[in-house]
Design a protein around this ligand. Structure first.
Ligand code: G3P
Length: 218
């Protein structure tokens, strides 16, 4: 499973790059607003650090304008992926941009039939939002299962499943068991993936015993 970082936190992106965990980055208008950073500048900065796909979302709602915005954003760097919402205009923009060999991430996907449309429109990535379905009392992971089954039924569909709105390490585990291609993770969730109380306890015991030997490696 590939990991994307769902954040514009440069320090976190750099930190997780050191352990080989960053295959790409996703952003959305809310993340940009919260960061207070200049959109195009921060996308450029991230693209200099991460060679993989970096999603930048359009904010127009008409297909023609989405394409215009997408073409501007795609000039920032060759790994910019244009993120469009799952509306008919978004699907039309997806088709136009993907026909120009520009990577497209179709976002705000909440049903398997929406994911089927995105794949037919040539999406590089489909972003089903797990956490927001959980918030409604559904099991967001059922959506990942359905999309996986549908895409596997039709091998000509090349769209990758990018599990989004991930809120916990268990979401990542379940998405990986189902076979989602990618999880996009807030840095806090990526950090949580390495945590286990038995690891901490075991390490403490090893270090205490080692100290008793009086030896040193370095
Ligand atoms: O990638 C989409 C993701 O950022 C949405 O997450 O937590 O706002 O539902 P959330």
């Amino acid at each position: 499973m590939k990991f994307f970082i769902d954040s514009v936190d440069i320090q976190a992106i750099k930190k997780f790059t050191l352990s080989g965990m960053v295959d790409g980055v996703t952003t959305n208008p809310s993340i940009i607003a919260k960061s207070g950073k200049d959109f195009k500048e921060v996308i450029r900065e991230i693209c200099e650090i991460v060679p993989g796909p970096v999603s930048a979302e359009v904010t127009a709602t008409e297909a023609k304008l989405m394409v215009e915005e997408g073409l501007i954003l795609s000039k920032i760097a060759k790994n910019v992926t244009i993120k469009v919402p799952l509306t008919w205009d978004g699907l039309e923009a997806c088709k136009t941009l993907s026909d120009k060999n520009i990577m497209v991430n179709v976002t705000l996907c909440f049903s398997a039939q929406q994911a089927l449309l995105a794949a037919k429109a040539g999406a590089t990535f489909i972003s089903p939002f797990i956490g927001r379905l959980d918030d409604l009392g559904e099991d967001g992971m059922d959506l990942i299962k359905d999309i996986r089954a549908i895409y596997d039924n039709y091998p000509s569909l090349k769209t990758e499943i990018l599990a989004a709105s991930i809120r916990s390490a268990d979401h990542v585990r379940r998405a990986a068991v189902i076979g989602a291609d990618i999880s996009t993770l807030p840095p806090s969730v990526l950090d949580e993936l390495a945590q286990h109380q038995l690891t901490d306890k075991g390490l403490k015991a090893f270090l205490d015993d080692w100290e008793k030997t009086g030896q040193k490696i370095l």
